[in-house]
Write a protein that binds this ligand. Structure first.
Ligand SMILES: NC(=O)c1ccc[n+]([C@@H]2O[C@H](COP(=O)([O-])OP(=O)(O)OC[C@H]3O[C@@H](n4cnc5c(N)ncnc54)[C@H](O)[C@@H]3O)[C@@H](O)[C@H]2O)c1
Length: 312
C-alpha cells in the first residue's frame, strides 16, 4: 500500500504514546483517525503545534462501548489499528473493575471490531508488566495481569479467527507528554532538570528506559507492515539503572538537582526478546539515553519559552 492509501485508527489518542504516534504517522503523510474517550489533545499540541489539519480526524470513542467502537471502525475503514487506550497501574489499583473493563473489555472490543471489518493489522500495547517477576514468578499488579490476559486474548483471536496482531511490551518510556503512571517519574526528573527544579525519582531500579520517539517510530512502522500470527515482542533489551538516568541528566544539565530514592522497584532486567518485532520491521531504533534526555530537555525548554512568550 502507498502512504496515501493508508488510514490508521488510534485508540487512546490523547495520551502520551498516542500523541507521539499521531505525530509519527502525520510526519509520514499517513491519514489518522484519532479516537479517545477524552477530547483533551494538549499533549499533541505541545509535540506538534503545526499539525496539518487535513490528515487527522478526531473522534470521541469509549473502547468499552462495543457498538460505538464497531460503528467507528465500520465507518472509517482503517487499514490498521494502533490500540493504546488503557488505564495505567495506579488507576487499575484504585478502580480495578473499571481497569478490567477498559484494559480487557476494550481490548476484546477492538479485536471484535477489527474482525468484523477484516482488518489484519492490529498493533497493541501490552507491557513489561505482563512479564513474570518476584517470588510468585507472575505479574506483580492487576495492570500486569490485565496486559497478560490481553496477550492471551490476542492469541485466541489468531487461533480462532485468524486476526493478526502484534503486542508490544514497552518498558519505561520517557519524553514530553509523559505525565501519568508510576514510571512517569523518569520524565518528571528530566522536566525538573530542564526547568531548574529539584526532583527525587521515588524508586531505584534496573529497567529499559525508552525514548518516546523510538517507541512511536516502532508503532508506526509496525502498523504499516504485514505479518501473520499473534506476535508478542519486547521493544528493547538495553538495561540501565536509575543511577545511569540521573548521571545522564546531570551530563546534559550540569548541576541538575535530581536524585533517586533507595526504595527498590522490582522490574525484570533480563530475558528480553525483540526478535518478533525485528522480523516485522527490521532494525529497532534505540536513541542512547543521553541523546533522548538531551532532546527531551530541549523540547521542555522550548515549550516553556513559548508559553512564557504567550503569557499576558
Ligand atoms: N508509557 C509507558 O511507559 C508505557 C509502558 C508500557 C505500556 N504502555 C501502554 O501503552 C499504552 C499507552 O500508554 P500511555 O503512556 O500513552 O498512556 P496514557 O494514560 O497517556 O494514555 C492512555 C489513553 O487511554 C485513554 N482512555 C482511557 N480509558 C479509555 C476508554 N474507556 N476509551 C477510550 N480511551 C480511553 C485515555 O484518555 C488516555 O488518553 C497503554 O496501553 C499503556 O498501558 C505504556
Amino acid at each position: 500500500m502507498t502512504p496515501a492509501s493508508e488510514k490508521i485508527l488510534i485508540t487512546g489518542a490523547t495520551g502520551f504514546l498516542g500523541s507521539w504516534s499521531i505525530a509519527g504517522l502525520v510526519d509520514r503523510g499517513i491519514q489518522v483517525v484519532a479516537s479517545d474517550i477524552s477530547t483533551d489533545y494538549r499533549r499533541l499540541a505541545l509535540l506538534k503545534p503545526d499539525l496539518p489539519p487535513d490528515l487527522v480526524t478526531f473522534r470521541t470513542c469509549d473502547v468499552t462501548d462495543a457498538d460505538g467502537l464497531a460503528a467507528l471502525v465500520a465507518e472509517t475503514q482503517p487499514t490498521g489499528i494502533i490500540h493504546l487506550a488503557a488505564l495505567q497501574i495506579p488507576q487499575c489499583r484504585k478502580t480495578p473493575a473499571l481497569g478490567a473493563a477498559i484494559n480487557i473489555g476494550g481490548h476484546i472490543n477492538v479485536f471484535e471490531a477489527a474482525r468484523a471489518q477484516g482488518i489484519d493489522r492490529i498493533v497493541y500495547t501490552s507491557s513489561i508488566a505482563a512479564k513474570p517477576r518476584g517470588p510468585a514468578n507472575a505479574p506483580s499488579n492487576l495492570y500486569g495481569v490485565f496486559k497478560k490476559t490481553d496477550e492471551e486474548i490476542s492469541r485466541l483471536y489468531w487461533e480462532d479467527y485468524r486476526v493478526p496482531s502484534l503486542g508490544l511490551r514497552p518498558y519505561v518510556v520517557y519524553g514530553v507528554g509523559r505525565d501519568d503512571g508510576e514510571t512517569s517519574a523518569i520524565t518528571r526528573a528530566i522536566e525538573a532538570a530542564a526547568l531548574g527544579r529539584s526532583y527525587e525519582i521515588p524508586f531505584s531500579s534496573r529497567s529499559c528506559f525508552q525514548f518516546a520517539a523510538d517507541v512511536a517510530d516502532v508503532f508506526c512502522r509496525a502498523v504499516l507492515s504485514d505479518w501473520d500470527g499473534a506476535l508478542i515482542s519486547d521493544v528493547t533489551d538495553t538495561v540501565h539503572g536509575t543511577e545511569d538516568v540521573v548521571a545522564a541528566i546531570r551530563e546534559v544539565v550540569p548541576g541538575a538537582e535530581v536524585t533517586c530514592a533507595e526504595t527498590v522497584r522490582i522490574s525484570p532486567a533480563d530475558g528480553f526478546d525483540t526478535a518478533p518485532l525485528r522480523a516485522v520491521i527490521g532494525d529497532v531504533p534505540e536513541t542512547p539515553l543521553r541523546e533522548g534526555i538531551r532532546s527531551t530537555v530541549a523540547l521542555y525548554r522550548q515549550i516553556a519559552a513559548s508559553q512564557s512568550a504567550a503569557a499576558p
